[in-house]
Design a protein around this ligand. Structure first.
Ligand code: PMP
Length: 335
């Protein structure tokens, strides 16, 4: 085994195979159970490690990425952390292009792994500007590899071959089958990959993409407003997202997502803001199917990357919020 193969093997042991949590809540006074994959258990603490490892492994296998060649990616944060850590572990120089308004923790973490960051201001085009600049960089840099997470089908494949089958097997181990899967859409890799896998098993399984109600990119096709759920609803609908293959879009207010993540933390489950949104969307999906339906979602990352954000501040509850009606019964069961 070469050193590179050894490193890929080691990383393979450190990414995926995350616990599936069975969380019992009372929602509007009714007993409910929601299943959530604890993706904070991955190598760098987020679900994006699955996609990054799969893309890097495939690029090495096909010869698209040569040993020691430079890697660059445009990202809102977690992807940058994944490519920085995994890329460096495999011996590559890494450059990350990201909007300058992302949390300080994300920027510091990427730099700490020895990757370079190119911050892109709103005036330079923000998110779309980051993509344009990374593409220009790749054209000018010999041997450069650009994972292109928003357009790369290997992103979807990562979840269709790992996250989806893990969910099915974990539920089967306790005699259950999924009724619905919900996930917030950043690149859409999670919802498309898990969704296509589960619908391949049973087309009746509902698969709902989730977005912030105060920035409905999926509903409109473009950026419409500001929101605080970092990692989802960027500025456009990514090429890998095929809404016609999914069920309807569920919406969650960003303040409600923050309150829900805080409520989970109050039970010791320190998850990020998109996890709060996913949990509330899972309850909405269950409303449609019945309170006994097996609804699965993901906790994409932990609360540690949000220390400087509103997740750590008091958040006012507004009329219509779901989180005030959720009472966590306990830490639940890990499958
Ligand atoms: N939540 C967080 C915190 C993320 O960083 C991301 C990735 N951008 C997502 C959710 C969405 O995942 P995906 O890119 O697979 O749609």
């Amino acid at each position: 085994m070469t050193e590179l193969q050894q490193s890929l093997h080691t990383l393979g042991r450190l990414v995926g195979c995350t616990p599936l949590l069975a969380l019992d809540v009372r929602f509007r006074g009714e007993a409910r159970r929601i299943y959530a994959k604890a993706e904070n258990f991955n190598f760098t603490g987020s679900i994006k490690d699955r996609m990054a490892l799969h893309i890097l492994r495939k690029a090495h296998d096909t010869g698209l990425l040569k040993p020691g060649a430079p890697i660059a990616e445009a990202t809102s944060g977690n992807t940058g952390i994944s490519f920085a850590a995994l890329g460096r572990a495999l011996g590559h120089p890494v450059t990350i292009f990201m909007p300058d308004w992302m949390s300080q923790e994300r920027k510091d973490l990427i730099r700490s792994f020895g990757a370079r960051i190119r911050l892109v201001s709103a005036a330079e085009g923000g998110f779309l500007g980051s993509i344009r600049l990374s593409e220009a960089w790749a054209r000018e840099t010999p041997g450069a590899f650009l994972p292109c997470q928003f357009a790369n089908e290997a992103n979807v494949e990562a979840h269709a071959t790992t996250t989806g089958p893990e969910i099915l097997a974990q539920l089967a181990s306790v005699g259950l089958k999924p009724g619905a899967f919900v996930a917030g859409v950043g690149t859409g890799g999670t919802v498309m990959g898990v969704g296509s896998f589960l619908k391949g098993v049973d087309p009746g399984i509902r698969v709902h993409p989730v977005e912030p109600s105060n920035s409905p990119t999926l509903h409109t096709g473009h950026k419409v407003g500001k929101h605080r759920i970092q990692g989802i609803s960027d500025e456009f609908i990514p090429a890998i997202v095929k809404l016609d293959q999914l069920d309807d879009i569920l919406s969650v207010d960003d303040g409600d997502a923050i309150l829900m993540a805080q409520k989970l933390a109050d039970r010791g489950l320190g998850v990020g803001i998109s996890s709060g949104a996913n949990f509330l969307a899972a309850l909405q999906a269950q409303d449609r199917l019945g309170s006994d339906a097996v609804v699965v979602t993901v906790f994409s990352d932990s609360n540690k990357k949000y220390l400087s954000t509103d997740l750590m501040r008091e958040e006012p509850a507004k009329a219509g919020f779901l989180s005030p009606e959720v009472e966590l019964v306990g830490i639940g069961q890990a499958i």
